[in-house]
Design a protein around this ligand. Structure first.
Ligand SMILES: [Zn+2]
Length: 659
């Protein structure tokens, strides 16, 4: 809100009197963004547990804002300036070049990045792309490049348009979407869904329901049901899950494709909005349990390189799958309201996402590994991916992630807070941010969240309100946070339980403060071949390995890197006879500019370990993970563990040796 006012003032100075009159007329018609509350689901849709707040209601601050600023200064803010697929020849700008998913993918992250940072350079880029789509709708209703006939890329562009409309109030968006969906309803029979569009139907249904909630046209619900009926039956796939091992070289298909599965993490919850049936809610959990059991990785993700790849921590997880799983979980929490989904979202956001990006956000991997001891061109034991998949660079293996990765941090920031059914606010995930929205009967309040979570245990909230107002504040207490406390104006409250939302309903006054304390004990979790991962709060910790970054090639301003280890990695953690690791010692360090880097890491853990000489590199990855417990006659050493997101070389799933 504050930002919008400042921007408006700055714009006003630049405008002539005539321009100002035109601007005022447009503003009066609602074009300028106004602080509005969430739009609840309209009957007969089921009610969301929490309603997403319009884009820009929640703005990142502190270290989380810096992640977005690093993106602005990295690939996200510059990719279109030199990457041909986003150049002036793009089909999404009227050219004859790339005319499929890459333009929309880029925009799906650039829109929230631009409007959350308020960077006018980026909003100008957004405007160029979005204007082309809005101004070049064909007379029959089709949007996008004229020679494209695939429905799938438009699923993404529709997500772009809904976010852009929320941030700007641009009145052109809703009519364009109405005409497009009418076109689709007329043509689904003669132009059926194919390939990706069959497996990703739920992502378009989200946009259909977004529009239905705003214009109440019931034919949209018919279209949503047709999309479901024509789409892949994800619920059936997980009711009888057949893909229990690593996918063979010739067994890759769209049903066992990692990104499709990550996107489909929202399918059951989205479909439940239309059915209200309990089995649809439960199907999400069936899916998560199957992925965890057969393909689960310590980062909260599942392996898929590019297809399901089993439990081995040397298998890979694609960056597109990481950002899509995050968006799916953000959607799921809003629909289902389950705090455990917030725990998983934080785990992926605070580990898998930064762990696969360079510190300056100029390079990313296609596939990350939990045990990643070398980054190099090599034939690893992927299910179906190529030899460049774990490089850090511009477009290792394939350029989908290059276009699609930008949405990760911005959408996460935008979804930290949501609206409750009874016109209050819910914290579904924690990070430094300001949330501004009308509550109760329309009183505009802000919650200022000051914290260095997930590196620290304390979250401070301050309520800002122009008048005393009663509304509920729901605070997610993470499942791992035994002993969590909540105080309001220094008075401790009773009944705080891990794994639940803690509800405070009171008359809030300006300046009221809430302090959350989440004790972060160091714990072990068990993974492949009895290996153990070290966790503290939402962070998992990996062996800090010396890194030698080796320049492989240059593409304009972007570098492709190999990374070689300069210190040993083949350690087994030492545990006592009962299987518990000896006390870990935690050191808190200053929060660096990029906290997910070896230089800026705000926390390190010292642990005891022994070398395991027989565990060696094979195919440029850690060789087969020995089954624990292992024996080693090497002396006990103290090793340093750092957050997974900071360690670009790492061991995360450790063998263990008895003391
Ligand atoms: Zn990708």
């Amino acid at each position: 809100m504050m930002h919008t006012l400042l921007t408006s003032r700055r714009m006003v100075r630049k405008l002539s009197l005539l321009g100002w009159l035109l601007f005022s007329l447009v503003a009066l018609r609602g074009f300028a963004a106004q602080p509005t509350g969430p739009t609840p689901n309209r009957a007969p849709l089921q009610a969301n547990a929490f309603n997403p707040l319009p884009l820009t209601s929640v703005r990142p601050t502190g270290w989380l804002l810096r992640e977005l600023q690093i993106q602005e200064n990295g690939l996200s803010g510059h990719l279109d300036e030199f990457w041909p697929d986003l150049g002036p020849d793009s089909g999404w700008l009227g050219g004859t070049g790339e005319s499929w998913e890459r333009g929309p993918y880029f925009l799906d992250g650039l829109v929230p990045l631009a409007y959350l940072t308020g960077d006018e350079r980026l909003t100008a880029k957004v405007k160029k792309w979005v204007d082309w789509t809005l101004e070049n709708q064909q007379s029959d209703g089709w949007i996008g490049p004229a020679r494209m006939t695939d429905w799938w890329p438009n699923y993404v562009m529709l997500k772009v348009l809904t976010q852009y409309q929320e941030a700007t109030g641009d009145p052109r968006v809703i009519p364009v979407m109405q005409r497009y969906f009418a076109f689709q309803a007329r043509h689904l029979n003669d132009r059926p869904l194919k390939e990706w569009a069959i497996f990703r139907w739920h992502d378009e249904v989200l946009s259909i329901l977004w529009l239905y909630n705003r214009i109440a046209d019931r034919s949209l619900l018919d279209l949503a049901r047709r999309m479901h009926d024509l789409g892949h039956d994800w619920e059936a796939q997980f009711a009888d899950f057949r893909y229990t091992g690593k996918t063979g070289k010739k067994q890759g298909m769209l049903a066992n494709h990692g990104v499709n599965n990550a996107m489909a993490m929202k399918a059951a919850a989205v479909w439940w909005l239309l059915t209200g049936e309990k089995k649809d809610r439960e199907s999400l959990y069936q899916m998560l349990r199957a992925l965890d059991r057969y393909h689960g990785q310590p980062s909260g993700m599942f392996s898929a390189d590019e297809h399901y790849a089993g439990l081995d921590p040397s298998q890979g997880t694609e960056l597109c799958a990481v950002v899509e799983a995050m968006f799916s979980l953000e959607t799921d929490i809003s629909i289902l309201g389950d705090p455990a989904l917030g725990d998983r979202l934080e785990k992926i956001a605070y580990n898998a996402l930064p762990g696969t990006m360079t510190d300056d956000s100029w390079g990313h991997q296609y596939d990350q590994q939990a045990n990643q001891v070398m980054v190099s061109v090599a034939n690893r034991r992927w299910s179906t991916n190529g030899p460049e998949s774990n490089l850090f660079g511009l477009e290792p293996n394939f350029g989908c992630c290059t276009a699609n990765m930008h949405q990760g941090w911005p959408k996460f920031a935008a979804n930290l807070w949501m609206g409750t059914q009874d016109r209050g606010l819910a914290a579904v995930a924690y990070g430094p941010s300001d949330a501004s929205t009308p509550v109760a009967n329309g009183v505009p309040v802000s919650i200022v969240e000051t914290t260095d979570y997930p590196f620290r245990e304390t979250v401070n909230l301050e309520v800002k309100t122009p008048q005393p107002v009663k509304f509920p504040l729901l605070l997610r207490i993470p499942g791992w946070a035994a002993g969590a406390t909540v105080t309001v104006n220094d008075a401790a409250l009773d009944g705080v339980k891990p794994g639940e939302f803690f509800r405070i309903e009171r008359d809030w006054h300006n300046g009221d403060s809430v302090e959350l304390h989440f004790p972060m004990r160091v714990v072990n979790s068990t993974w492949f071949n009895n290996s153990i991962a070290v966790e503290r709060g939402p962070l998992i910790f990996s062996l800090k390995i010396g890194e030698c970054w080796s320049h492989l090639r240059q593409s304009g301003p972007a570098t492709d890197w190999e990374v070689y280890p300069t210190t040993p990695w083949n350690y087994a953690l030492v545990v006592d006879q009962k299987g518990a690791a000896p006390p870990f010692s935690v050191t808190e360090l200053p929060v660096g500019y990029q906290p997910f880097s070896l230089e800026g890491s705000p926390v390190e853990i010292a642990a005891q370990a022994r070398r395991l000489p027989e565990w060696q590199i094979e195919d440029d990855s850690a060789g087969p993970l020995p089954v624990s417990p292992v024996t080693s006659n090497r002396h006990v050493e103290t090793i340093s563990l750092v957050p997974y997101g900071a360690a670009k070389l790492r061991i995360t799933a450790f063998p263990y040796a008895r003391n």
